[in-house]
Write a protein that binds this ligand. Sequence first.
Ligand SMILES: [Zn+2]
Ligand SMILES: [Zn+2]
Length: 398
Amino acid sequence: MSTPPPPSQPQDQPEVVNTQNADLGDGVNRCPRCGSTDIQLRASTGMLICLFCRHEWSEQQAEGQLFDDGNLTELRGTTIGSGAADIAADVNAVVTLKCQGCGAEVVVNTAAAMSSRCHWCRHVLTINNQIANGAVPDAVLPFALSHEEAVARITEFASKRKTFANRQFLKEFTPQNVVGVYMPYMIVDGNVSSDVYGHGEVETRRYTRGTDENRRTYYDADVYQLHRHVDFTVDDLTIESSAERAMMDTSVNTNNIINTILPFDTKNAVRWNANYLNGFSSEKRDQDVEQLQPALEHQLLSIARSQVAPSVSRYGRGVRWEAEKVDVHGTRWVSMYLPVWLYSYFQKEKNMVHYIAVNGRTGETMGSIPVAQGRLLAVSAAVGVVAEVLAIIILVVS
Ligand SMILES: [Zn+2]
Ligand SMILES: [Zn+2]
């Protein structure tokens, strides 16, 4: 006898928490010491620096500022930062600001940049108010690795693979062309329960019958029906929020590389200030919370499976999970820009873009390099290096 499932509940509306940085507005935002608007991120310190008086400062850490932090096990429903709110399709990416310096009208195309210099009075105008096009996140994790360090990492990565690389690639290799890009992610906390069902086997006896060629080994095993329930919380899961980047069509790109340079120390992210983006490019978020639910559930299920694994270690002949479900009691979402140094290479003959990506915080480097097939075969006898070559190929074709 089973009880009928409860009638489906209407989807609760997410609670939106205002994460707007109230200390800043659109337009002229000045150095707190001298009033200049020439402000940049200094990657070596992770601080903003005034290019005029060299004063350095930083926005407040986002952690603990955007939400009332509290116990994740008490998380219920869906809470999202206002920077993670749904994107309005009709919002114009082009914002016109009135320069407070001279009164001129300055245009910023937020699809490509978050600041612009007034061409009359030279003030820098920045976009800090959240616009409903996904361009202004709740928080930003500033670059901590300089351009020179990124060039060094990429050079090292490529030179280790020089033997197998396509000659054209080597000829055109210009690591100085690496670009700093802020990539859009959702950072998710969750309070979750999961149930997994399956069968596990324990060997009870092993014996042989027959003689010589007809000798066979037999196993007796007890088969157990398994059900595991696990309650857990997740803190700062990272989910890609650009559909184009999440597009893993490995025949045309190697986007999956970006995911191999995770994790990022998202706890050190700061509240939004467009000046962190000066000199870097950024990619706008184009996915809403609702569209990212399947990606979240996918991650939660793999966490659930790894959580229950230790509890089934006595089933020595193996465990087969056949059904699983995840109940999400509560989630909290913030949108965040994460820093990536990207070197891209377009391989004409295959119509394929290759990337070498460097984590802008940790320096973790991964990439795909076009491989010269002839050279690959020539050296395949050298077993020690083959393992590394395979790793490159897997990234390209998997
Ligand atoms: Zn200053
Ligand atoms: Zn002006």
